[in-house]
Design a protein around this ligand. Structure first.
Ligand code: FAD
Length: 407
């Protein structure tokens, strides 16, 4: 099988990239291991999606359906569901499905495989491994897809958006969420989710707090928990017991990079890309949660458009390099995407996250002489929020550094 552009992953990132590639005239295939398109959105039945992209408030499945309808109508797109990509060779892939194992050739490849959740093993949660410990995604699937309530007294570890959303979801479904515990001094969840998912339901958010031990043999019966210091050391004198029969883990997402053999960022845990979202491997592009964990699916869809357009241009031999400059994360910045600029012929969006909460400050992009070449003022920003700064065409003429002004 031969295509101009192969897209791995049929979530919002993959569908958005495939749509743009196909609209650009490239024969495009979406390869998805599930039996359906939509990725993780299928189980996110709450609203709040689509405000930026569709200018409407949609649920996750509604947001996904908008894209599925467009993708299914597009004649340049072939959809292969129930098909697992098992190996990547340059811009070609090996897949496995009910017809067997075979290779698909592409002139360009888009990596849109999303993330997986960190588990109890990843965070070395101690105890006798009783049942009743699961990730937020598993709990979400049980409640929203299978109609099952996985516990009655719940402790949620991690105050990222998925944990917050699940605190409200389990409460509405009849469970008692006794606390959300966050090991850091600040939450990575959006402010609106803290208010709407915790404050509105009187669910306590315990900061710099973690689970020390899990109690229970066949089923979770409770936890010993307590405070941690700035270096995450346990403060044993603060140790207390809380009964519960379910521990929900919302302790981070890890990009699905197992198939790629490229250098990975220590911060994003994913590949490095240039401003065309092209990786170090020529013709291989990356987008969506695979590239860096996004706060809003709207941003996933917008970013992935670029990957689709550029993959299509590459397949046609039209993607040109005119320069090669580095983009560094400077003071106060945790990471930047892209990490290099290979042409600044058009406007460039640099996406990034900050290290600590800031108020009434500027984000500044500095050239190699320290001159400010782009600036963005924010009233307030938290580490969990993805930020963007726009750089005009032709402005970048050296390596650049993004920083929080005044740090
Ligand atoms: C459990 C969970 C809950 C979330 N809840 C929310 C929420 O409530 N609100 C919100 O805004 N965001 C939420 N998110 C974030 C959400 O993931 C992103 O906003 C968005 O769905 C990311 O889109 P994506 O296409 O990059 O990834 P995904 O939606 O994860 O799609 C990736 C797709 O790639 C496929 N894939 C991966 N590897 C292969 C392979 N080898 N072969 C074939 N196919 C493959 C997967 O099956 C999947 O369909 C949640 C994320 C998770 C993990």
């Amino acid at each position: 099988m031969k295509f101009d552009v192969i897209v791995i992953g049929g979530g919002p990132a993959g569908m958005s990239a495939a749509l743009e590639s196909a609209r650009n005239g490239s024969k495009t295939v979406i390869i998805e291991r599930n039996s359906f398109l939509g990725g993780i959105l299928k189980q996110c039945i709450h609203n709040g999606f689509g405000l930026h992209y569709f200018k409407e408030e949609l649920t996750g499945p509604e947001f996904a359906k908008r894209f599925i309808d467009l993708v299914e109508k597009e004649k340049n797109i072939t959809i292969m569901t129930n098909t697992f990509v098992t190996k990547i060779n340059g811009t070609n892939v090996e897949v496995s499905n009910d017809k067997g194992a075979f290779e698909i050739n592409g002139k360009a490849l888009v990596l849109a495989m999303g993330c997986r959740e960190r588990t109890a093993g990843n965070i070395l949660l101690t105890g006798s491994r009783p049942s009743g410990i699961m990730t937020a995604g598993e709990a979400q699937r049980l409640v929203n897809i299978h109609g099952k309530l996985p516990g009655k007294e719940v402790v949620i570890l991690g105050s990222g958006d998925i944990g917050l959303i699940m605190a409200r979801r389990l409460t509405l479904q009849g469970a008692k969420v006794k606390a959300v515990m966050e090991i850091n001094p600040t939450t990575s969840g959006l402010r609106r989710n803290i208010v709407q998912c915790l404050d509105d339901f009187n669910i306590p958010l315990l900061m710099q707090t973690s689970i020390f031990d899990v109690v229970g043999s066949s089923r979770v019966e409770g936890i010993y928990y307590g405070q941690v210091d700035d270096k995450y050391n346990r403060i044993d004198s603060s140790k207390k017991f809380m009964s519960c029969d379910l521990i929900v883990l919302s302790v981070g997402l890890v990009p699905e990079t197992d198939l790629v053999d490229l250098p990975l960022s220590k911060v994003t845990k994913s590949v490095f890309v240039d401003n065309n979202l092209q990786t170090a491997e020529s013709g291989v592009f990356a987008c969506g949660n695979f590239l860096h964990v996004h706060d809003l699916v709207d941003n996933v869809a917008l970013e992935s458009k670029l990957a689709g357009i550029k993959a299509s241009e590459y397949a046609k031999g039209k993607l040109k390099k005119s320069c090669e400059y580095r983009v560094e994360a400077g003071k106060g910045i945790s990471y930047v995407v892209p990490s290099s600029i290979t042409n600044n012929l058009c406007e460039i969006e640099i996406r990034f996250r900050i290290r600590q909460k800031v108020t009434k400050t500027n984000f500044v992009l500095l050239d190699n002489l320290g001159n400010v070449i782009a600036k963005k003022y924010v009233l307030a920003s938290l580490p969990g929020e993805m930020q963007t700064i726009t750089v005009k065409a032709g402005v970048i003429k050296s390596d650049v550094t993004l920083a929080v002004e005044g740090l």
